[in-house]
Design a protein around this ligand. Sequence first.
Ligand code: SF4
Length: 497
Amino acid sequence: MVKQHVESAVNGKIRCDACPVMCYIADGRSGACDRYANVAGELIRVDPLTVIESWLSDGGKIVPFLPDTSAAEWDGDIVHANSSFITAIGAGTTYPDYKPAPFIVSQTVNGIDMVTVVTEGIFSYCGAKVKIDTDRFLGPESAAVRVDGEQIGHVTTGEYGSQMLSLGGVHHLTGGSKKEGRVTCDALLQLCNTNPVELSIDGGATLIVQAGRAPIINGAEEQRMRVGCGSATIGMFAKQWLGHVDEVVVVDDHITGVLSEHQAGKLLDIPPTGIKIKGRRSTPGRYFQVAEPGTGWGGTNVSDPLSIIADFDPKTAYPGLRMLMVSTTGEQYGYYILDENLQPILQTMLPAALQQSVEIVAENCEPAMSSVMFMGGAGGSLRAGVTTNPVRLTRAVKDALTYVSCGGAPAYVWPGGGITVMADVTRMPSNAFGYVPTPALVAPIEFTMRLDDYRTLGGHMEAVIPIAEALEQAERRVGAIAGSAWPTAERNFQWGA
Ligand code: SF4
């Protein structure tokens, strides 16, 4: 565990100055955030400093994962400095920010001197964007999302096949009551550490969200993400229905598709059926607002799909007309034949070809998942721990001279001012996040660049240490996540540009 510098002590209690709370901590006790403890008069960062080793898989099994395609084959050296990356997890925080970051680590990568500046940033301005793969209605757009009755965020605009939540942010962390801030901070901490959190949405559902797991909505685990909207489903599978059925309706809360009217049906010479769908016709074979949003067929409130059909035009429709109705996940379906009065009658059996087509719709659905992206602004004072001239760090990030990672996971840096980053919490080692009771989330962040560039942007050169020195303090070694860019790989930088 990493030892911290202690500046003052009173009555045997040492003072932690890693955040504005400035706890006095007695021997054998930990501070208010449980991140720091007094062990025999020494201030210790409780969680182990975590290093990612390129040759370790997630389970600790040794595999030759190469950090860069141009890198040499793994030579079996367990302290292969070029393939180790010191993350900020367990590194600690320096406060106030003008002090150099806890670890400023140099290493040579493919003959180039590199430096990684490592710190556990204290983020008052941060939150999580949560993507929930479901069509089911979770709540109206902008509705409050609550934990223990406290608003921690809101429902934001839905995406293709997913509902989106925007959680946290400075307004809920600091702008409401003390309880609101505390509950928001704890919910973010749990979500970012990939733990389950129960959420309730005003006027909508209750759900359990856990990064990398299927959402549980109103007590039922979601199985599938829809294959596409109703119109897209018609476009994808029209050919498979040709000759087996006269009409197909794909029920969807956003765009319900009708095969005979859709361009796909026209191109396949499928004749009109005289079907009249409720809702607003957008373009041929594509209907909006066929029902209210809900947790029924295709994200509507419909349990009987016939309720979205007004009637059949007797000039066109005929007894014996065959119709398939299916939801966008293939979970619900029904096969109907029009009787003498042009009333659709549900059949107990589906013809084999239609059964197969429904199964293909279902097969093309991906497993429903909850995704949690940590989002935070590092454009503020945190930069001073990296450089004496903070704006130069922002410019270096924007100019792609500096690579930003969070616990080794690639961070997407938003365009525009500041260093506003977004990173997938499932790509980080476990327990990457902490908190301080101000309240604020503590998130790992690393800046990697050429040593020359670091010098140029006014870096704390006096604080640079070789990676071997940092590795001596690392107590947790984890494997690289497959598919993640290696933080010091050449391709992360515009070298030679
Ligand atoms: S809350 Fe944690 S980081 Fe802040 S001073 Fe107390 S022990 Fe240190």
